[in-house]
Design a protein. Structure first.
Length: 398
């Protein structure tokens, strides 16, 4: 039975704007599988395409119509066969293209691409029957004595005591430190290190109540209890902070030879070794970014970038882009193929390889980090980038 008048459009628009709940998403895709809704679906897709950033605005009308037709119309000779099958789902070529294409991938993703120097036709690529699932809550906790707890498999509840501090694992992928007030000073400083592998993320609540989210391939080293005149932590990779206010104890984040000093604020630090610069993005509050004797104070909505030569440059930040990973999204803005692949390789725990010259493309868009890698690769293919999976490696070629 088809959807009630307006219901399909309502669900489509909510998912298209990334405001749908999980239940609404399930309901939408249940309606998509019903042939009675094909006419209305086609109209919704046409409207979304024509009003997107890349429909007729990016291409001449004839080219735009041809691209849209390839997405929503059955074709005689498909150039791509999906590497997975879903039982009890109607075999609709246009629906597979919608899921794969940049147009509406998952009905929420806008993917804009520009060819340079000229439009390149997508080659027929038939990948091996393999796929890679997205990352999840995975991390290792290294205690003061050097022992390691694998948080992926550890049971929820109290994990251990570090001096007077209880260390507990919650069921939401969160590690919590709670210091028991004894009235006695700590005998010695105890430090722990939380580290995520490629394909991992985790959250920790420090003993002062500050919250830290770790992205993939990242780590944070911190005292189990803040007993000195300052709160000092060290990170590698990428982390998002919500620092508990304490005017008597400045909070300092160290990465490489750089430092961020705060009293209470929210900010993101991206300091991967394979990126050209480290970036500190301030969401709210105030921070001082320091490096090699230089100091820049950031205001909310600003970003400080430290280049390889040590110089600090500030600019207006795209906060949504900088913090998208914390909210479960990839967010690209005029990103190159290499930039896209660096993020993908960290989250899916794969390697990126290149055959010949690296394709020159620019991508802008947002997509969930909860999809399998095949869906992201389909988007690359529709942007004219040939790619294939070989075991745990993605090969990119012209």
């Amino acid at each position: 039975m088809g959807a009630s008048p307006g219901k399909l459009a309502e669900l489509f628009n909510r998912h298209y704007t990334a405001t749908a709940t999980a239940a609404e998403t399930d309901e939408l895709f249940a309606l998509i599988r019903q042939s009675e809704n094909d006419v209305e679906l086609a109209a919704l897709l046409r409207h979304a395409w024509e009003n997107s950033d890349f429909g007729e605005q990016e291409f001449p009308a004839a080219v735009s119509d041809r691209i849209f037709g390839a997405i929503v119309q059955p074709v005689e000779n498909e150039i791509y066969e999906p590497e997975y099958e879903v039982e009890n789902v109607r075999s609709l070529p246009w629906l597979r293209y919608v899921a794969a294409a940049a147009v509406l991938a998952g009905l929420i993703f806008f993917w804009k691409f520009r060819y340079s120097p000229a439009v390149v036709q997508t080659a027929a690529v038939k990948p091996k029957a393999t796929d890679v699932a997205p990352g999840g809550n995975r991390a290792l906790l290294t205690l003061t004595d050097g022992s390691v707890i694998v948080l992926d498999s550890a049971k929820n509840g109290l994990l251990t005591w570090q001096g007077a501090t209880a260390v507990s694992k919650k069921d939401s992928g969160q590690l919590v430190y709670l210091t028991k007030k004894t009235g006695e000073p700590a005998k010695f400083l105890q430090t722990n290190t939380l580290s995520t592998p490629k394909g991992g993320q985790y959250q920790v609540v420090l003993s002062d109540g500050s919250k830290v989210w770790l992205n993939a391939s990242s780590s944070i080293k911190y005292p189990t209890s803040f007993t000195s005149a300052e709160r000092r932590v060290e990170i590698t990779g990428e982390a998002y902070f919500e620092v508990a206010k304490d005017k008597t104890k400045p909070f300092r984040v160290f990465f490489g030879g750089s430092e961020v000093e705060v009293l209470g604020t929210s900010f993101n630090v991206m300091a991967y070794d394979d990126e050209s610069a480290t970036e500190t993005t301030l969401v709210e509050g105030s921070v001082a970014l320091k490096n090699m004797g230089q100091q820049k104070r950031l205001r909310p909505g600003e970003q400080g970038a430290i280049a390889a030569n040590g110089s600090i440059a500030t600019s207006v930040a795209d906060v949504d882009e900088a913090t998208a990973w914390k909210k479960g999204f990839f967010y690209f803005r005029d990103a190159s193929v290499e930039e896209v692949m660096r993020q993908i390789s960290r989250w899916y725990d794969i390697e990126a390889g290149y055959e010949g010259k690296i394709p020159v493309r620019q991508f802008t868009g947002k997509v969930s980090r909860n999809v399998n890698i095949s869906e992201l690769l389909n988007m690359l293919r529709y942007a004219g980038v040939n790619c294939r999976i070989e075991d745990k490696k993605v090969i990119i070629s012209l």
